[in-house]
Design a protein around this ligand. Structure first.
Ligand SMILES: [Ca+2]
Ligand SMILES: [Ca+2]
Ligand SMILES: [Ca+2]
Length: 263
């Protein structure tokens, strides 16, 4: 009879976990968002064009190959996170809103129609409660400083875009009828970006760019993904389904081995 040691079994399941993870990752990449020609004068208005225009040095952000697929996030040790408004190129620009939502769908607005480039929102995570401070900065409008507290919001969240007609899209595909309405890029510690009004700075790996498409992909849409583009820092992606599956397999295998040893 073949008896595997815990170490051998663990090694085997890690391999299996990695294989499954790779398969899931591949299928994920295959289903990554594809871009269409923007209806906002498409020739020089792609998400790629606009990110390139903010790139001071280092490699350009790859809007196709750089998609992470991250859907949900949580806080890091500071208990705070700054979001900076980059750009929005959309017919709905004056009425679109952007914010974070929790697992039960509660929304906390970070930016509204009044906001524009360089404006910032500071999120504070306070042991289950969420505070948001919205700060307008030049260039653009200079009014609208405001603060809100969301009790019991929690600290696991995704990002949403809400249109003036109430239609809302989420970073979680499952909430959009399976369609990817947002693309998410992670900093590479190599590209220096300058958002108008801000000092140039390195796009570090605790920073993410969230770029939304505000027309549903299940219907007529231009898929330009530059309808609302925000940079967020000091947040951490929560484990992807592939990681959870892999850890579950390892945990299950260890329990099985221990039971065998005990009996
Ligand atoms: Ca657009
Ligand atoms: Ca501004
Ligand atoms: Ca669009």
């Amino acid at each position: 009879m073949l008896v595997l040691s815990e170490k051998q079994l663990l090694r085997g399941t890690v391999g299996l976990g990695l294989t499954l993870g790779t398969v899931l990752l591949c299928s994920h990449v295959a289903s990554a968002a594809t871009f269409g020609v923007s209806w906002d004068d498409g020739s020089a208005n792609s998400l790629q064009d606009h990110l390139d225009a903010l790139t001071v040095s280092g490699p350009n952000i790859d809007t196709v190959g750089g998609q992470t697929g991250f859907e949900r996030f949580t806080n890091t040790a500071t208990g705070g996170s700054v979001s900076t408004f980059m750009f929005e190129i959309a017919g709905f620009a004056s009425t679109n809103k952007f914010g974070v939502y929790n697992q039960s769908g509660q929304k906390a607005e970070l930016f509204g129609g009044i906001n524009d480039v360089s404006d910032q929102a500071l999120i504070s995570f306070n042991n289950g409660d969420l505070g948001v401070t919205r700060i307008p900065w030049a260039p653009g409008n200079s009014t609208g400083l405001s603060q809100s507290i969301y009790n019991g919001f929690g600290n696991v969240f995704g990002f949403y875009l809400e249109r003036g007609d109430g239609t809302t899209f989420y970073t979680e595909k499952s909430r959009n009828g399976g369609y990817e309405q947002a693309v998410v890029y992670q900093g590479n510690n190599a590209t220096t970006l300058q958002i108008p009004g801000k000092s140039p700075g390195l796009f570090t790996d605790n920073e993410f760019i969230i770029a939304f498409e505000d027309l549903w992909l299940g219907s007529n849409t231009d898929r330009d993904y530059q309808d609302m583009v925000i940079m967020v820092e000091s947040v951490k992606p929560v484990p992807e389904p592939a990681t959870i599956l892999g850890l579950g397999l390892i945990g299950g295998a260890l329990t099985l081995t221990r039971r065998r040893k005990n009996s």
